[in-house]
Design a protein around this ligand. Structure first.
Ligand code: NAD
Length: 334
């Protein structure tokens, strides 16, 4: 079986996914949804895409009548995901959506409900959930090799460039670094510890209010508390490079990933030594595994569905609330 995929949003990451999918056996790029006719022409030639599988943002509801497309991968600016995912679901196609799945938990829950109602899968581009070094640490943690987990540290950031890009526009991004890159530490805190947090505290700092306008966070430090008593300490920022490191500490050992979430090669070590796992193209493995989930009912080690994404959005909501109130905010993910 083959998952026939149309990509919506032919930008930087859409291009990366398209290239990576060329190496997939179970997933194939067969269509595009774009507002830019010149890109459609270029992609048609490069990937041998038939004209009947090409849509724009006005007419893509018609994908409903196209039996040659199984799924749409939404890779547009964050604020557009909610409406686009719901329209794809209503057209009866499976949806893969980039992170952050939506701007807040309420939007996320509406997307989950729409996909459930349409009886289609909703998967989110959590590529680290399929990454071998990451999975080896999860395996070791489940086997008890770190003992009782006590602490996670997540550092996620990069120095962002062009001030006019959509990532620095509250309307399109929904926030700042936390939505875009801090989400890796949020999500990572959960798959590294194996627990969901029950409270958060957070502090926001801004060195450049010209570049990082109202509602666009430059730097947020946040702390998470887990039911076992384990705690996490994380930093999300748009103003530092080389900030991509996870550290997990338990009563019997530790794990470190550095880099932890960039396109790789991911590198890591534990108290037992270097983690030796294959270096993979994340997007190739992700699409291969997602095809397995949709077509064969495969169960990933760490979920990548809409419900999983809503958990991260609830944590994001709580972190933003904590930065505003200065108070400890309870989180309920069950
Ligand atoms: P990008 O700016 O490179 O591409 C965005 C695309 O959306 C462009 O082709 C643009 O033309 C199109 N678009 C459609 N409607 C638009 C509108 N109204 N305004 C602006 N652009 C519009 O961005 P990107 O880096 O490809 O990010 C897209 C999504 O992918 C984001 O949600 C981002 O968080 C996610 N992403 C995920 C990863 C990952 O590793 N999983 C990496 C990068 C980006």
């Amino acid at each position: 079986p083959l998952l026939r995929v149309a990509i919506m949003g032919l930008g930087g990451y859409g291009t990366r996914v398209a290239e990576a999918m060329q190496a997939c056996k179970k997933a194939k790029l067969v269509g595009v949804i774009s507002g830019t006719p010149s890109k459609v022409t270029a992609w048609r030639a490069k990937y041998n895409i038939p004209e009947k599988n090409c849509y724009n943002y006005d007419n893509f509801d018609k994908i409903k009548d196209n039996p040659d497309i199984d799924a749409v991968y939404v890779i547009t600016p964050n604020a557009l995901h909610h409406d686009q995912v719901i329209r794809v679901a209503q057209a009866g196609k499976h949806v893969i959506c980039e992170k952050p799945m939506a701007l807040n938990a309420k939007e996320g829950e509406e997307m989950v409900a729409a996909c459930k109602k349409a009886n289609v899968h909703l998967l989110v581009g959590y590529r680290m959930h399929f990454e071998p070094h990451t999975l080896e640490i999860i395996r070791m943690r489940k086997a008890g090799e770190f003992g009782q987990i006590l602490f996670f540290q997540g550092l996620s950031g990069f120095a962002i460039g062009d001030p006019t890009q959509w990532r620095l526009n509250k309307q399109l991004a929904g926030g700042g670094s936390l939505m875009d890159i801090g989400i890796y530490s949020i999500n990572g805190s959960r798959y590294m510890t194996g627990e969901d947090p029950v409270w958060v505290t957070a502090e926001e700092t801004k060195t450049d209010p010209q570049k990082f306008k109202e509602g666009v966070d430059e730097t947020i430090q946040f702390q998470l508390g887990f039911p076992s008593g384990a705690v996490a300490s994380c930093l999300s920022t748009y103003s530092m490079n080389n900030l991509d490191r996870f550290f997990l500490n338990g009563t019997r050992g530790y794990a470190e990933l550095f880099p932890a979430t960039n396109y790789g090669p991911i590198q890591g070590r534990t108290h037992k030594g270097e983690i030796n796992q294959p270096v993979v193209t994340h997007q190739t493995v992700q699409m291969e595994e997602m095809a397995g989930i949709i077509l064969e009912g495969k169960q990933p080690v760490v979920p990548v569905n809409g419900e999983e994404a809503v958990k991260d959005l609830k944590i994001i909501d709580a972190i933003y609330l904590a930065t505003q109130t200065g108070k400890k905010v309870p989180v309920n993910l069950v």
